[in-house]
Write a protein that binds this ligand. Structure first.
Ligand code: FAD
Length: 475
């Protein structure tokens, strides 16, 4: 139900207060609802973000050029899913090597997550061997904006209470447990209490709120917790361009008995990544390589240029390979970033209208990340030459020290990472803050590594697992 007047609920002791109504917060609330457990979801924004909300989304980034923070997240019911791309794919098993939980553990929630994200239950994810070093994988597309899909459901729910325009400022308590939270509800300042608190405010806000709570009360949380550290994103940038010869390209898939033969049309895409043994032997991170196809005519300039510098090559395409259709390709990457202590969220000096300091983010890309993308794309380039299925030209920035432009920065991960050791993690395997018995963190801020996959499918699975765990505490 929608709570019109939060003051009326002031004296209700909820089992759980979920702070934030994005994919993470809503998925946990839905799981609790299934177990007939009441939760109060508080959301800082209204049903739709207004211009005035931008005053809460500012922040400063030190380091490399990064996404505009006012566009990198949404302050409204349903969170950033209100304008996300809807791309879903799972993280690889190897991405969990350093986590205290395995992919298998998280995958128990795959079917429920697919239902929440309206993903076709029959259309599974695949990861197929392209050659000894590379795989091809698919992405499933979700049309779910959580605010739109779940508003009517929550309005009618007896178990989910939703309070909009309710902004959490800080937690109060001691080094062992949280006693209450201080919120702004419209113009009222209000204190709320629950048995458990589930912080689900997104990849930047989760760290920001914990840091501010600790700043206001130095006794809250043990000092050693690396709150805000190991912040990561998926730098997305262009690697190069090239040509694909349709018939030999498709034949390569058929000859290698790949189940999923790409259907090349204008603006279709193909996704490639490196397999684990290639990553290990080259000591590199993974990259999701995106190939975007565009059919080209012979009179296309690119084709004319290639004909000038490599006439025999073009002759071969027609005479031996019998190529009829050619595609111009653009290649970009969604790059895995290594978790680095110095990439972090801190508090800035300027404050938002509620008096909470804006985030100050230290964010650097590393040479190691650039090298990783280069090695994988060179491998792809070699495959194209070896089997005469196309040609790739990589940007010169991959071979020199020049910086490269990052197009996106919308997958905020890390900052409250999962782990067994409080010296290098903030939450345990059940997403409970180390040392605090009733505070849980929900969302990609708990990611210990980010792989190269889109985060939300994993966020939803983790949130469902958290809901199930909480329900077992309801005794
Ligand atoms: C442009 C764009 C495209 C994207 N495309 C993809 C994609 O294709 N695939 C993918 O997997 N991911 C994508 N993402 C990322 C995806 O949107 C996030 O991973 C996902 O929304 C995170 O869910 P969340 O619930 O953890 O956080 P959010 O969605 O950020 O929700 C957090 C909620 O908490 C609320 N909140 C914040 N602070 C407070 C406070 N102090 N008090 C109360 N409430 C608060 C916010 O208003 C918000 O509603 C994209 C993101 C953007 C911006």
């Amino acid at each position: 139900m929608i709570v019109k007047d939060l003051l009326n609920l002031k004296n209700i002791n909820f089992f759980a207060i979920i702070i934030g109504s994005g994919p993470a917060g809503i998925s946990t609330a839905l799981e609790l609802e299934k177990k007939k457990i009441k939760s109060l979801v508080i959301e800082a924004g209204d049903l739709e973000q207004k211009d005035s909300d931008l005053n809460f989304l500012n922040g400063k980034v030190i380091g490399h050029k990064y996404a505009d923070l006012t566009h990198a997240r949404l302050r409204q019911f349903g969170g950033s899913s209100g304008h996300w791309g809807g791309n879903c794919n799972p993280m690889n098993a190897e991405n969990f090597n350093d986590w205290p939980i395995s992919k298998k553990e998280i995958d128990k929630y795959s079917e429920k997550a697919r239902k929440i994200l309206n993903l076709n239950l029959k259309e599974k994810f695949y990861n197929e061997r392209l050659n000894d070093h590379l795989n091809t994988y698919n992405i499933n597309w979700s049309n779910v904006k959580f605010g739109e899909k779940y508003l009517e459901h929550i309005k009618k729910s007896k178990y989910i209470y939703l309070s909009l325009k309710t902004n959490l400022r800080n937690f109060e308590g001691n080094s062992k447990s949280i006693n209450s939270i201080n919120c702004n509800n419209f113009k009222n300042k209000i204190k709320l209490k629950a048995k458990y608190y589930i912080l689900s405010c997104g990849g930047i806000e989760n760290s920001r709120i914990l840091l501010w709570s600790k700043e206001l009360d130095k006794g809250l949380f043990t000092n050693e917790l690396p709150i805000g550290n190991y912040y990561m994103d998926h730098p997305y940038y262009s690697l190069g361009e090239g040509l694909v010869f349709y018939e030999p390209f498709v034949n390569y898939f058929k000859k290698n008995k790949l189940k999923n033969i790409p259907i090349l049309t204008c603006n279709s895409s193909l996704f490639i990544s490196a397999n684990n043994s290639f990553l290990k032997s080259n000591k590199i991170l993974n990259s999701g390589i995106y190939i975007w196809f565009q059919e080209i005519e012979e009179k296309n300039n690119l084709f004319k240029q290639v004909r000038c510098v490599a006439p025999n090559f073009i002759k071969n395409i027609y005479e031996n390979l019998k190529v009829k259709k050619k595609y111009k390709i653009n290649i970009s990457t969604q790059q895995e970033q290594s978790p680095t202590f110095s990439n972090k969220i801190n508090l800035g000096t300027k404050k938002d209208p509620n008096g909470t300091p804006y985030p100050l983010i230290y964010w650097q890309k590393s040479k190691f990340e650039k090298k990783s993308a280069r090695v994988i794309s060179e491998e792809l380039s070699k495959l194209f030459i070896d089997f005469d299925i196309g040609r790739i030209s990589l940007h010169s920035e991959l071979y020199n020290d020049k910086d490269y432009d990052v197009v996106a920065g919308n997958h905020q991960m890390g900052g409250t990472r999962i782990g067994n050791n409080p010296k290098d993690s903030v939450v345990d395997k059940n997403l409970k803050v180390h040392g605090i018995d009733n505070l849980f963190i929900n969302g990609s801020s708990v990611f210990r590594t980010g792989g190269h996959s889109h985060p939300t499918y994993t966020i939803v699975k983790l949130a469902l697992r958290l809901g199930e765990h909480l329900s077992k505490l309801n005794v």
